[in-house]
Design a protein around this ligand. Structure first.
Ligand SMILES: *[C@@H]1O[C@H](CO)[C@@H](O)[C@H](O)[C@H]1NC(C)=O
Ligand SMILES: *[C@@H]1O[C@H](CO)[C@@H](O)[C@H](O)[C@H]1NC(C)=O
Ligand SMILES: *[C@@H]1O[C@H](CO)[C@@H](O)[C@H](O)[C@H]1NC(C)=O
Length: 668
């Protein structure tokens, strides 16, 4: 992400005006419809293949997308580092069970981990003796997770923590309701003074007896003495492919069939200041040893459980090609000069070796030790996040480019600069384009954005696009329709555009730093916004065959359409998919005519899918997660000449099942 938000007041005013416009215009248009003609030229000579990696996703650590989101870790600030390196420090969101007469809690720098030295120190003053008895249930600390932990009945949670103790130990680890009164699962760790004189790692499983979407983790004792704690983790045992991703959220991504995964930002990759940037090498190796960092771009701490390795693993699990946005020495407020950039260049080359070096290389061996000896298939590296305008960008870019290409000639390098600046002396395989528009109609007008772009290399990666202004709300239908039209424009211009992804992908509803987002969640619920569902209409496009289309309609310029043929792996049939966006308030009676198909269209087996709603400003919510979602229905009387109805404010796809070539005589 990298643009400023429009002022709220301005946006609200525009929103009101627009609602009025719609109300008036739809009243005027009541009962009206349009007739139009859509011609598809399906001749092989005019067909063109859409790039294999056309549609992907862009993950940025924003809105607690990863920490407290896709990354399934339930404990927030598990290493007590979030308060900074100077102790005693803020232990937020940890809180104390007991009062100052029974327990003193603080931090000190006695951790066994060199890179994250802060540990929690609990001095327990009470005990089991009657004269100085601890309150029933003991004293200690609790962690509420990220706005409550979702604990499910019968599910198993893996607990891991490091403990040191001044005395014999009896520490109860439990999952409880948010007030601590209801116990869901508990385990007591006991040991002699000798056992816990040194830092000791303890791991065990907890199985919950109940459901609670707002649980907390408690660590309590009734024994006096000093107990130190560090790297306290609770993970559900069941995660997506066993790799630590929240199952429901990762499945939402998998259902989009993304062809690439761009990560980790955005401004997150840069930081407001370089000391807070995402530094890949600080996020790999055993999770306990990762220092974590403050995501100053979006205002929260991350323990970096979701690190460079995990991003690569996620891409692999999704069948997506990783696109790594490297920190190129620029933050929002600073820049490393070209004279001193060499060590950062080396760091990025090392990162590529970490991702795809053989296990016998220096960095490849670290990846192998993390359980992935096989190199990851990293083919795309983006140099920075749209900071072409900065003083040293181009000078630094060239150093990154030549060093990366020298070590990895096959890697595609993405420039943050405009196409016009790319030349043999400033080469690039792709150039990055971000498209944020202040209104849906502005995005709709960008359908033709690449129509006049010169063909040939380098092609564009439109790695961030979204309607962000007035009528986008928290994810409206109309914004999704405008984005659909924009993507149709990208399909049609896929000889100038290689890849595209929307932004942002995720928002934890408890920390909305940016609106709108494609997927909304909290500790236990999730839903897709209309633009999430819109993307489903494009998931067969990557690698498909594009056919030219023309629309003829008088006095109505609110349609956008494209046609592809694609192979359905499930039923092994070929389909002609015609997508139509109707961005206006009139229904359209559309005659479709397809010419030049090598085979015919089957009379049955075709399907239409429509994304629409009663109002263009409709949104989904936890209460109505699929208020605006695609609805499929069989399509009868299909043929190369056919009539279809296109709803006002809708995205429709018509999937015409094609005859196998040998049955051509059956064609209509
Ligand atoms: C517990 O939660 C799960 C998942 O949300 C649900 O399927 C199940 O029915 C719930 N069980 C009880 C006893 O409420
Ligand atoms: C590393 O292993 C590869 C095969 O996996 C081999 O070709 C290469 O020579 C090895 N390199 C070193 C430095 O041992
Ligand atoms: C659409 O057009 C067809 C053919 O011109 C006509 O028969 C049909 O009544 C029209 N439908 C609507 C809803 O206007």
């Amino acid at each position: 992400m990298g643009v400023q938000r429009a002022s709220l007041h301005h946006a609200l005013l525009l929103l009101v005006v627009c609602v009025l416009c719609w109300a008036l215009s739809s009243r005027c248009a009541e009962g009206q419809s349009q007739t139009g003609q859509l011609s598809v030229d399906a001749t092989p000579q005019n067909a063109r293949k859409i790039p294999d990696k056309m549609f992907g996703i862009f993950f940025e650590e924003i809105n607690h997308a990863g920490a407290g989101g896709l990354w399934a870790e339930l404990v927030s600030n598990r290493g007590f580092e979030a308060g900074g390196p100077n102790t005693p420090s803020n232990i937020d969101p940890w809180l104390i069970i007991g009062d100052e007469s029974s327990i003193i809690v603080g931090t000190d720098r006695t951790s066994c981990f060199e890179r994250n030295p802060v540990a929690l120190r609990m001095q327990v003053l009470c005990n089991s003796k009657r004269t100085n008895a601890c309150p029933s249930g003991g004293v200690g600390v609790y962690n509420p997770g990220y706005w409550g932990m979702n604990i499910e009945k019968g599910k198993v949670y893996k607990v891991s923590l490091h403990i040191k103790s001044s005395d014999t130990l009896s520490l109860t680890v439990s999952l409880t309701s948010s007030d601590g009164l209801q116990k869901l699962a508990a385990h007591t760790i006991t040991g002699s003074k000798k056992t816990f004189a040194k830092w000791t790692k303890i791991e065990f499983h907890l199985k919950s007896s109940q459901n609670n979407t707002n649980s907390r983790l408690q660590l309590t004792t009734s024994k006096s003495g000093v107990v130190w704690l560090d790297q306290v983790s609770v993970m559900p045992l069941e995660t997506y492919m066993g790799h630590g991703f929240r199952k429901d959220l990762a499945s939402m991504l998998a259902n989009l069939k993304p062809q690439f995964l761009k990560f980790p930002g955005g401004n997150y990759a840069m930081g407001n200041y370089l000391r807070n940037a995402f530094r890949w090498s600080e996020t790999v190796g055993p999770w306990e040893e990762r220092p974590g960092h403050f995501n100053d771009a979006w205002g929260y701490w991350t323990d970096d459980g979701l690190g460079f390795f995990e991003f690569l693993q996620l891409a692999e699990d999704l069948g997506a090609s990783p696109v790594w946005v490297v920190n190129d020495g620029a933050s929002q407020n600073e820049e490393v000069s070209t004279a001193t950039i060499a060590s950062l260049v080396k760091d990025v080359v090392n990162g590529i070796e970490f991702a795809r070096g053989e296990p016998n290389t220096t960095w490849g061996s670290i990846r192998a030790a993390m359980g992935h000896p096989k190199p990851f298939k990293l083919d795309y590296v983006s140099i920075g996040n749209q900071e072409c305008w900065m003083l040293y960008y181009r000078g630094n870019y060239q150093k990154f480019y030549s060093a990366i290409k020298a070590a990895n000639p096959d890697i595609n390098i993405i420039s943050s600069c405009d196409r016009s600046t790319i030349s043999p002396s400033n080469p690039a395989d792709l150039y990055d384009v971000h498209v944020y528009t202040p209104s849906s109609s502005n995005m709709f007008s960008r359908t033709s954005m690449f129509d006049n772009t010169p063909r040939g290399t380098p092609k564009a990666i439109v790695s961030e696009y979204a309607v962000t202004g007035n009528d986008a709300g928290k994810g409206t239908l109309v914004a999704a329709l405008a984005e659909a039209a924009f993507l149709i424009g990208l399909e049609r211009n896929s000889d100038a555009v290689e890849m595209a992804s929307c932004a942002p992908l995720f928002v934890n509803d408890n920390d909305r730093r940016w609106n709108p987002d494609a997927i909304v969640f909290n500790s236990w619920q999730h839903y897709g916004c209309p633009n999430y569902w819109m993307l489903h209409f494009f998931k067969e496009s990557s690698g498909a065959t594009l056919h030219p289309t023309t629309i003829q309609i008088s006095n109505y310029d609110q349609l956008a359409a494209s046609a592809i043929t694609w192979q359905n792996a499930k039923d092994k049939s070929a389909y002609l998919r015609i997508k139509v966006v109707n961005f206006g308030n009139k229904g359209v009676n559309l005659s479709i005519s397809v010419a030049g198909l090598a085979t015919g269209v089957k009379k049955s087996g075709s399907k239409q899918t429509v994304l629409t709603s009663s109002s263009p400003l409709d949104e989904n919510s936890f209460e109505q997660p699929e208020k605006v979602a695609p609805v499929g229905s069989p399509l009868s009387n299909t043929g190369q000449q056919m009539g279809v109805w296109v709803n006002p404010y809708s995205l429709s796809s018509f999937d015409l099942q094609l005859l196998e070539s040998s049955k051509q005589h059956d064609s209509i």
